[in-house]
Design a protein around this ligand. Sequence first.
Ligand SMILES: [Zn+2]
Length: 259
Amino acid sequence: MNTTRELAAIVNRCFASGSSSGQKMKRIFNIAMTVLAASLFAGCASERDGSANWYYFGWMAEAPYAPVFHVRDTESSLGPYAEQTKTITMKDLVKMHGHPCDGLVTAACAMKVGLDVLYPDGVADRTDTGCITKNSPCYGDVAAYLTGGRIRFGTQKIDLSLGDEFILYRFSTGKAVKVSLKPGVFPAPVQALEDKIRNGKFTDEEMRTCQQIEWNYARDLLQHPLADSFDIQTLENFKWTPDLYEHLGKRGDVINKNR
Ligand SMILES: [Zn+2]
């Protein structure tokens, strides 16, 4: 019993019953597991790799399944298409998003799973990809950064019906995939504490505990092959319809990308 995921699995096995008493016991057990999980990982997931990189974690840099992305863009404001590619790491994502959170790690892993299917050669075209997420700052930021999708150009969309799910669309081929975090991967104790904090009645200690167990979950996610944590399906006959937006415009940098 040495990972948050195993703790969550134990919770689910012990309290699979849907009865009200079972739910009550599950909640109590979740709280106990929250404290236990936080204490098990205290001091290991919070270490950061030096003062210049205070915002980043060593465990994120060294994780065996931390995704690395290769992307292609245009060269300048009116094209043409760049021959060379760029590499984007988790550290780049943290700098863009502002903090190393569980949502960032979840979204990055999901993007990796989806982009590898849309771009079998391993290089994602950020002029040719749309993304759809729920209205999470973490999910939306990561999806936009890695796909090049933007609300203002009609290439990024928000779908409030989505949970821990991500839709990626390649405009030139019309192929769409949906990547979903598998049920039970996000630990119930983390969810319970997040819900409490969102409801506004919590202590500073609980906020710190929540932060720690979110990082523990993220750390654990990067220790497993992504296929263990995510499902992917192709969406047949998917139709892309841009969200309504007052200032919807057209990207000028891609108009000459094929010259
Ligand atoms: Zn975040």
